[in-house]
Design a protein around this ligand. Sequence first.
Ligand SMILES: Cc1cc2nc3c(=O)[nH]c(=O)nc-3n(C[C@H](O)[C@H](O)[C@H](O)COP(=O)(O)O)c2cc1C
Length: 370
Amino acid sequence: MSALFSPIALRGLTLPNRIMVAPMCQYSAVNGEANDWHFTHINTLALSGAAMFCIEATHVEAIGRITPGCLGLWNDATEAALKPILASVRKHSKIAVAMQLAHAGRKASSHTPWDGGQLIPVSEGGWQAEGPSAVPHKEGEAAPLALDAAGLKRVREAFVAAAKRAERLGIDALELHSAHGYLLHQFLSPISNRRTDQYGGSLQNRLRFPLEVFDAVRAAFPEHKPVGVKVSATDWVEGGWDLAQTTEFAHELKKRGVDWIDASSGGVSPLQKIPLGPGYQVPFAQALKEAVGVNTIAVGLITQARQAEDIVASGKADMVALARGMLYDPRWGWHAAAELGGHVNAPPAYWRAPPHEQKDLFGATTFGTR
Ligand SMILES: Cc1cc2nc3c(=O)[nH]c(=O)nc-3n(C[C@H](O)[C@H](O)[C@H](O)COP(=O)(O)O)c2cc1C
């Protein structure tokens, strides 16, 4: 019996396996609105065999987009654009659909990665970013504006409004993006948060805004649907945010009913030194699970079925998330199930596809021709 292909319950959502397609920005939206690219991308990976697909960082207000091409959910047009995509997924796939709610903070107004990914100055068509403090991401860049009380309220309310729109779209779960140097992580890290009010300084103060946003989103989303949080477990910079502080954050989130912690790392400082290697962030998921007893998702250079199986079977994490591995092999879940003796759901039009030795890959399916 494969651990990776065993079910897991997250509140009222039961997933048939432990694989999530990690959120992946496509930088291909116009005015925050999804289009035919998102239709193709999401529908393709909805047939990956993963139990849950997490829609890319979906920004709760226009100035909170990383790039002009980032996806949003802040008005009727952005909501309407996602509707036919979700309808298609529901028609052809049983995958659960999560959405990552995000705000880029001081990392907003950037070029797309394929255009270099650097700050677009206001004089070149960019926009004024806002963050916890007037400290730029990179030395020499224009500083963001520090959010004041009205700004914090506006951002909190934008997260809530997006959560309500997500519910209207029938999204099954939310993940708050509190990683990779974006707004919520910027509040957590002493590198980006230099505030002297109740939102800065002590750890308790730096946790305050992300926890307020979590509470507000949790209260706005139906009780039976899960809400998880993606964290950077360390900044990989001396004197920055680290695993000990992440553990405190996870304790607070657990008290508030968080359904999973997705353990990533880095993103707040260009000075970071990341020791990349297979499964390099798994120890963070494991440490958080052991210290806090919270469900964790391991992510980062998980590419092999046996590697994923070992992570779940040995209790290091409850689930795995794959990003690049899924783009490389969009049937990763099928191939993992074939290797580990699991089953995946597939649409009837594909039921003739299992390998000869693995006829029951899709469970009890039948087809005939004449
Ligand atoms: C194209 C691309 C876009 C990404 N966009 C997001 C995103 O929107 N939100 C997020 O939390 N992480 C994002 N990531 C990071 C992944 O979710 C994941 O944490 C990281 O790539 C490590 O997993 P991997 O080794 O399986 O790719 C992105 C990664 C890629 C490759």
